[in-house]
Design a protein around this ligand. Structure first.
Ligand code: AHM
Ligand code: MG
Length: 335
């Protein structure tokens, strides 16, 4: 094995050689990574740490919160609030934005996160993760409000996720490609295990919750029907299907070997654009996927170009191997 590169070293080099990340952003990423280490420890303890099951509360979206959802949210806040790099935070598990208390120094960044994505998989010991997105506050005015967060995903300064699976892996982009770091448990450090991650443009693997098929819009139905028709159908090849119900795990597979992921609008809730959240799920994942050479749209528009109108906005998501995402998007245009 060659020389090991740590997360700190990677970030220092990004800062020094490529001028990509100011010191405050480097600190922010290191703090988030440290919080993910703590989360990994709780996730690993499972029943031994009394962290499984429901917390008996609901989040702003009316979803029942698991104990770990609440714990992870607290870990991320506690880790980040005092460092001086943040102006405010927002999370899937909090109704409004969280201002950095006055007793701590104020920074210029805004951090958004889904503290524990794939909540339905916690109790069944299947991979889950933490997703985060970083924006810079427009410094033209003092104070910070929800309005400061409502920037399109193309403005993200950094995005990443940590997957708690057979290995604990941190996947990061600061706008200069995608790097993966594996947690070395003995050393307690993040080690760079892949840089310049690329998603193959073509794939034979799709990920969608097939139980919703009868609710889909015609372009999505057409795309999946054609995949299912296999070698004898219009695509002329057989497709495989995977659905983990943890976006982090589905996206991680796509970064590793290609594929397309879809959580589209469906007619169960016609007024909602989709299930997934724009600010702390779709935007960070779209940034990562694009940085790895893939594509991400809502069927009509590049996700990173969407101007958000509220913090907990939802969005239809189609992302992964470029040619497949373009095909589904073209089917929406034709319909
Ligand atoms: P969560 O943030 O409450 O865990 O919900 C998001 C998850 C995604 O990780 C996953 O892709 C999707 O919900 C699965 O939904 P479903 O159970 O409808 O298949
Ligand atoms: Mg989530």
């Amino acid at each position: 094995m060659g020389k090991r590169v740590s997360l700190t070293q990677y970030l220092v080099e990004q800062q020094r050689m490529h001028g990509h990340i100011p010191a405050q952003l480097r600190l922010l990423i290191e703090v988030v990574a440290r919080a993910c280490k703590r989360i990994a420890i709780s996730v690993n303890k499972g029943a031994l740490g009394d962290v499984l099951g429901s917390a008996g509360t609901e989040n702003v979206q009316g979803e029942v919160q698991k104990k770990l959802d609440v714990i992870c949210n607290e870990v991320l806040i506690e880790a980040n609030e005092w460092g001086g790099h943040l102006a405010a935070m927002a999370s899937e598990e909090m109704d409004g934005i969280y201002l950095v208390p006055n007793r701590f120094p104020q920074g210029e960044y805004l951090l958004m996160f889904d503290p524990l994505d794939g909540s339905s998989n916690i109790d069944v010991n299947v991979s889950i993760g933490t997703i985060f997105s970083v924006l810079k506050k427009d410094d033209a005015h003092a104070g910070v409000s929800e309005q400061d967060f409502l920037q399109p995903g193309s403005k993200q300064a950094a995005a990443g996720y940590c997957i708690y699976g057979p290995q604990t892996t941190l996947v990061l982009t600061v706008g200069d490609g995608v790097a993966m770091f594996t947690l070395d448990r003995e050393q307690g450090s993040w080690v760079l295990t892949q840089d310049g991650v690329t998603i193959p443009e073509d794939t034979r693997e799709f990920a969608i919750n097939m139980s919703n098929m009868r609710h889909w819009a015609p372009p999505v139905k057409r795309y999946i029907d054609e995949c299912l028709a296999g070698k004898d159908g219009p695509r002329g090849k057989d497709f495989n299907m995977r659905w983990i119900a943890s976006m982090v795990a589905d996206v991680h597979r796509i970064l590793t070997r290609g594929g397309i992921f879809m959580y589209p609008w469906d007619k169960r809730e016609p007024d909602k654009p989709g299930k997934l959240r724009l600010m702390y799920e779709a935007n960070p994942m779209s940034f990562i996927v694009e940085q790895a050479g893939g594509a991400a749209t809502n069927g009509h528009q590049r996700i990173l170009d969407i101007q958000p109108t509220k913090l907990h906005e939802r969005v239809s998501v189609i992302l992964g191997s470029k040619n497949e995402v373009e095909r589904v998007t073209a089917y929406h245009r034709d319909s």
